[in-house]
Design a protein around this ligand. Structure first.
Ligand SMILES: C[S@@+](CC[C@H](N)C(=O)[O-])C[C@H]1O[C@@H](n2cnc3c(N)ncnc32)[C@H](O)[C@@H]1O
Length: 162
């Protein structure tokens, strides 16, 4: 773990959206490790975080990072042995508690004025059920994907009161 890194991805999975999957300024975390292998012919996967940890209990000091990325699992119903579950994980029964704690931990480890980027695909669960789980509202967002159901949201840690 390198304390000088400025960016934290708390649920990096296979780092699909990263341009540089070995960016030394980023602490890549996930609660799983998956060795590099071919799942289907020509479909490879590897999940290799720098730190294996739980985003509901991050092993970092308060105010450590300038930018945090939070892309949690977004599906409750997905086949046990499916490619989708392997790539994205699955939400458990108490997922509202999990996501709420995840937001709280992301803001805790963000520095003052730090930025949180949150991604949510509302394939099964609408964004309106997720936003109340964050302690702060987003500043702005963007919808993308074939069905426009993937949301990218930007939050900024509010100034401490007092
Ligand atoms: C939607 S995927 C992330 C995809 C990733 N952003 C990419 O670009 O490939 C969600 C990831 O969250 C991880 N995850 C699920 N629960 C977690 C937890 N409690 N703590 C840390 N990671 C978790 C899963 O293992 C999965 O890899």
């Amino acid at each position: 773990m390198n304390e000088k890194k400025r960016v934290l991805d708390v649920a990096c999975g296979s780092k699909m959206f990263w341009f540089d999957k070995n960016n030394s300024d980023v602490e890549f975390c996930d609660n799983r490790q998956v060795p590099y292998h071919e799942f289907y012919p020509n479909r490879y996967i590897e999940i290799k975080p720098d730190t294996v940890c739980d985003f509901t209990k991050l092993p970092f000091e308060d105010k450590t990072y300038k930018l945090v990325v939070f892309d949690p699992p977004h599906l409750e119903r997905v086949g046990d042995n499916s490619w989708t579950k392997l790539k994205y994980g699955r939400l458990g029964g108490d997922w509202r508690v999990t996501i709420r704690k995840g937001f709280s931990e992301c803001f805790r480890v963000l520095d003052d004025d730090g930025v949180l980027i949150f991604k949510w695909s509302e394939i099964q669960i609408p964004l309106r059920e997720i936003l109340p789980l964050s302690p702060f509202p987003p500043l702005f967002g963007h919808r993308s994907g074939k069905n426009m159901n993937t949301h990218w949201l930007c939050f900024m840690k509010p100034k401490a009161e007092g």
